[in-house]
Design a protein around this ligand. Structure first.
Ligand code: C2E
Ligand code: MG
Ligand code: MG
Ligand code: MG
Length: 275
């Protein structure tokens, strides 16, 4: 490797390549081997019913721990995985691990009603997402009703066949949530046509919910929209008791956020939630 680099240490790369480009390439190379090297794992963030504190589900959140670079946040490697196509392999691994974990918890005596898994637009472009999900459910034995897939508004709006895939996923019994709701281009017409079960209010609206009148108005509007369309609504990024109380007062009884729990390792779910 050192030999290929030449005398000044980096002549191996095209001269136009910036430091950022080199860094990206390095990350890309590492990322491609991350699964086989066992560097990828999941954390789980509880979703709770506000008035009772009952566990209603978890969201699976992918983590990458590289031996040299340390813990790399998903905002840094998910876009990279999407650009390189690695997201298909990664997404499949995440889904499989998430479903398997639900069964493991069950066997350990913890019933987690449902698990939410994030999907990228690129995973829809690949085509056979429905078969992949069906295979994983069969392989792990998880009931389809206990899996909820999260997509953003832009995935729905910008992916040609997303409507078809989403309907297919619904037909095998898998639930769908719209993530970061309110931040994308929502088409209420789409929302009406899609078999969506849940809206997730983006955490940017929750942050200043009791001080910013606009955020307050948006959050209330989303809760009302969900109610009138018969959808469940969950708030993301709930960090304070005040925010939770506000939500409850306005008819949103489900929340996820640091106030309840940070994303945790699978075993920590048992410690905290197993009766
Ligand atoms: P997201 O799906 O909207 O996930 C929620 C993010 O908000 C998580 O960040 C979570 O740790 C964070 N969060 C939860 N509660 C709070 C809170 O009270 N305060 C604050 N400040 N943050 C909170 P994380 O884990 O860094 O993930 C970031 C994004 O990366 C996710 O946003 C999702 O878009 C993406 N992502 C994570 N895992 C996956 C995955 O397996 N597949 C795909 N395609 N994307 C993923
Ligand atoms: Mg999500
Ligand atoms: Mg979100
Ligand atoms: Mg988000």
């Amino acid at each position: 490797q050192a030999k290929a680099r030449g005398r000044n240490g980096f002549s191996f790369y095209a001269p136009s390549m910036t430091g950022e480009g080199v860094e990206r390439l390095r990350l890309e190379t590492f990322l491609r081997r991350s699964i086989e090297k066992d560097e990828i794992f999941l954390n789980y963030q509880p979703q709770v019913e506000i008035d009772t504190g009952r566990l209603v589900g978890v969201e699976a959140l992918v983590r990458w721990n590289h031996p040299e670079l340390g813990l790399i946040p998903p905002i840094r490697f998910i876009p990279l995985a999407e650009d390189t196509g690695f997201i298909n392999q990664l997404g499949k691994w995440v889904l499989h691990e998430a479903c398997r974990q639900m069964v493991r918890w069950q066997e350990a005596g913890l019933h987690v009603p449902k698990i939410a898994v994030n999907l990228s637009a690129k995973q829809f472009e690949r085509g056979s997402i429905v078969n992949m999900v069906a295979d994983i459910l069969r392989d792990t034995g998880l009931e389809p009703q206990r899996l909820q897939l999260e997509v953003t508004e832009s995935v729905i709006m910008n992916t040609g066949d997303a409507m078809v895939f989403i309907n297919d996923l619904h037909s095998i019994g898998v639930a769908l949530a719209i993530d970061d709701f309110g931040t994308g281009y929502s088409s209420l017409a789409y929302l009406k046509q899609l078999p969506v079960e849940t809206l997730k209010i983006d955490r940017s609206f929750i942050k200043d919910i009791s001080t910013d009148v606009n955020d307050e108005a948006i959050a209330i509007a989303i809760i009302q929209l969900g109610k009138s369309m018969n959808l469940s609504v969950i708030a993301e990024g709930v960090e304070t008791e005040e925010q939770a109380a506000f939500l409850l007062r306005h008819g949103c009884n489900m929340a996820q956020g640091y106030f309840y729990s940070r994303p945790v390792a699978a075993d920590d779910m048992l410690t905290r939630w197993k009766k």
